[in-house]
Design a protein around this ligand. Structure first.
Ligand code: ADP
Ligand code: MG
Length: 259
């Protein structure tokens, strides 16, 4: 359903975005003509009066800025729709080339309102193959789960220290790539580290935690992609999730996820 809605929203946004450049061009043309009129012809008083009434001079200054703001806003909307598509691909019956950086960036765009002004995110995408084979929608889901947990761990922390998330991608060798997602949040006790991948294990209040995020992520990485997901954490210091994925897919096609 999200894929369909994203597609439906994409068309009107495309229309607005596509036409804005013409509005900008036409406006500039009309402005030029007004200027020529003003210079060449002494305007009858009713025109000067109307011009003063609608504050033409102000419009001349303000309209280009409005158009620019609209352009930036539609660009953002386009990006968001594009990102949503990454999460809800309809063509995920077979593994396909997945651009991990694009999945990570889409996830950050979707989580932007929970991140901005509160958390510093550092991305260091080292040379990884342009695409690994897998399921983009499912992998984006994993990144969403892990980064959401990082955000929640940072929200729980009450020290004044800067809140940070560090995301890196790295090529281990010809066969494996690694994605690391680290935060300097509250951390996880040794005892809990043994349980975090269990379905329904949560330390969050009812209604906030479902305890399913990491259980589903584990299934996606280990069972659907033949990869690994590990957690390293120290209470009070932070947590790092290390996701290792094969560059080439070698498993049978995915069955639906069940927890
Ligand atoms: N980055 C993290 N920092 C601290 N604790 C974490 C982090 N990621 C996961 N956890 C712990 O693992 C538990 C399970 O996570 P998850 O499966 O996503 O379920 P939920 O987020 O709904 O609780 C969380 O309740 C939390 O205790
Ligand atoms: Mg979670």
């Amino acid at each position: 359903m999200i894929a369909e809605i994203a597609h439906e929203i994409n068309n009107p946004i495309g229309c607005i975005y596509g036409n804005l450049q013409y509005v900008q061009k036409y406006f500039q043309g009309l402005l030029k003509i007004i200027e020529i009129y003003e210079k060449e012809i002494s305007l009858p008083p009713q025109i000067s009066e109307s011009a003063a009434e609608i504050e033409v001079n102000y419009i001349k200054e303000d309209l280009p800025q409005l158009l620019l703001a609209m352009k930036i806003a539609t660009e953002r909307a386009k990006q968001l729709v594009y990102s949503l598509r990454n999460f809800s691909r309809l063509d995920e019956v077979k593994p396909h080339p997945v651009d991990l950086r694009s999945c990570l960036d889409s996830t950050l765009i979707i989580l932007n309102s929970r991140i901005k002004n509160k958390i510093e995110v550092y991305c260091d995408y080292q040379e990884v193959p342009a695409a690994v084979e897998g399921y983009a929608g499912m992998l984006s889901q994993v990144f969403l789960n892990v980064i959401s947990n990082a955000i929640e761990a940072l929200e729980e922390k009450d020290s004044k220290e800067k809140r940070e998330i560090r995301i890196t991608t790295e090529k281990l060798n010809e066969k494996w790539v690694v994605v690391r997602i680290a935060d300097n949040g509250v951390g996880i006790t040794q005892e809990n580290q043994a349980k975090i991948f269990d379905a329904f294990f949560t330390t969050k209040p009812q209604g906030i935690g479902t305890g399913l995020g990491l259980a589903i992520s584990y299934q996606i990485i280990v069972e659907k992609h033949g990869g690994k997901i590990n957690c390293y954490s120290q209470v009070g210091k932070g947590t790092e999730f290390v996701i290792t994925l094969p560059v080439k897919f070698s498993l049978p096609a995915a069955a639906p996820i069940s927890v």
